[in-house]
Design a protein around this ligand. Structure first.
Ligand SMILES: Nc1ncnc2c1ncn2[C@@H]1O[C@H](COP(=O)(O)OP(=O)(O)OP(=O)(O)O)[C@@H](O)[C@H]1O
Length: 331
């Protein structure tokens, strides 16, 4: 059984619309008009327990809406969802104890006057955690997220990075089995973001937690998610491994080659992206990579040669362009 099971999930928001001006404002008081925004359209996917999945897509693609439905905050327009075999929007206590939604934009609850430690005690009461388990979990989280120096501080006085570390620990002190992480590194400096990434990887490895993560930071996705689901306009555009995404949307690879010949010219072998002395970086269509490497090895005295996938950032850029083009052609 999958930990997360989503079938034909759709969500349409009703957004009030009115023209500008006082007359229109007065008319809207009497008869309000609405416009439908289809945020999620017939999404289907399953996630086995323990898997870490990147949930990607352009701004407005429907990621946060999906995570909110899975976390039981929103009721969808239609579709079937089971997370740990429960219907999220029924919000049973048992369910809420087994999952956590953590949003990088709002990592911590709404009691900014409490200290971090008080917030932990509040979580202990709310989630009915035994003293022994609470002490163990808090000690482990403090160590992994370096919380000792902020436990006595008021939440309102924390920096964004400290807030995110505290928010993650607060959400995980009751040991949820499924994590929905919505841009957990947004706005963080490179070291703080790395701390969060390392922590998420360790948490899921240690506890076997299932993780669905959205991020526009490709380093998060690259380091954490073997499987990627790409949504576009509320529908799934891709579901598979990172190399499969590359093969689908970025039809090229990079050949990095160092030759020891004098004054070599490698430009006929591919698009030259970089040249540094005798080291060349060539962009080559995927299907001619084997033939091109064979020709290079045959023609030059090669000191070093490697074939590289384009960066995930590059692949995503090409994927978004291609999806936009398809949409423009269809409209
Ligand atoms: N509360 C709401 N009321 C009306 N429309 C909404 C609401 N929340 C989101 N939307 C719309 O639904 C669509 C999907 O939004 P959503 O926030 O799920 O996208 P996203 O993929 O998370 O985007 P981003 O990467 O920018 O965070 C967008 O068109 C958005 O404007």
């Amino acid at each position: 059984m999958n930990a997360v099971e989503v079938e034909e999930l759709s969500m349409t928001y009703r957004v009030p619309v009115r023209d500008g001006g006082l007359v229109a404002a007065a008319r809207a008081l009497v008869r309000r008009q609405y416009r439908a925004v289809e945020a999620v359209r017939a999404l289907s996917f399953g996630i086995p327990a323990g898997q870490v999945v990147g949930f990607l897509g352009r701004n407005g693609a429907g990621k946060t809406t999906t995570l909110k439905i899975l976390a039981g905050i929103l009721h969808p327009t239609s579709g079937r969802v089971r997370v740990l075999d429960q219907v999220p929007w029924r919000r049973h206590n048992q369910y809420l104890r087994e999952i956590a939604l953590i949003r990088g934009s709002q990592p911590i609850g709404d009691a900014p006057e409490l200290t971090v430690l008080d917030s932990f005690h509040y979580q202990q009461v709310l989630y009915d955690i035994s003293d022994g388990e609470f002490r163990r979990n808090l000690a482990e989280l403090s160590e992994l997220l370096d919380l000792d120096s902020i436990l006595q501080r008021q939440v309102r006085a924390l920096s964004l990075g400290e807030r995110m570390r505290a928010g993650l620990a607060l959400a995980l002190v009751y040991r949820p089995k499924v994590l929905f992480l919505d841009e957990p590194t947004i706005g963080l400096d490179v070291s703080a973001a790395k701390t969060i990434r390392t922590f998420v990887a360790e948490y899921s490895a240690r506890t076997g937690a299932t993780v669905l993560l959205t991020s526009h930071t490709m380093a998060d996705v690259e380091s954490l998610c073997p499987r990627l689901i790409l949504v576009d306009d509320g529908a799934i555009a891709f579901d598979g491994r990172r190399d499969e995404l590359g093969a689908l949307f970025a039809p090229t690879k990079l050949i990095r080659v160092t030759v020891i010949d004098d004054d070599p010219d490698l430009s006929p072998y591919g698009e030259v992206l970089q040249r540094d002395g005798n080291q060349w970086l060539l962009r080559v269509a995927r299907d001619v990579v084997p033939a091109t490497t064979a020709r290079l090895l045959d023609r030059f005295a090669v000191a070093d040669l490697s074939v590289e996938e384009p960066s995930l950032e590059n692949v995503m850029d090409q994927a978004y362009r291609s999806l936009r083009q398809t949409k423009d052609l269809a409209s």
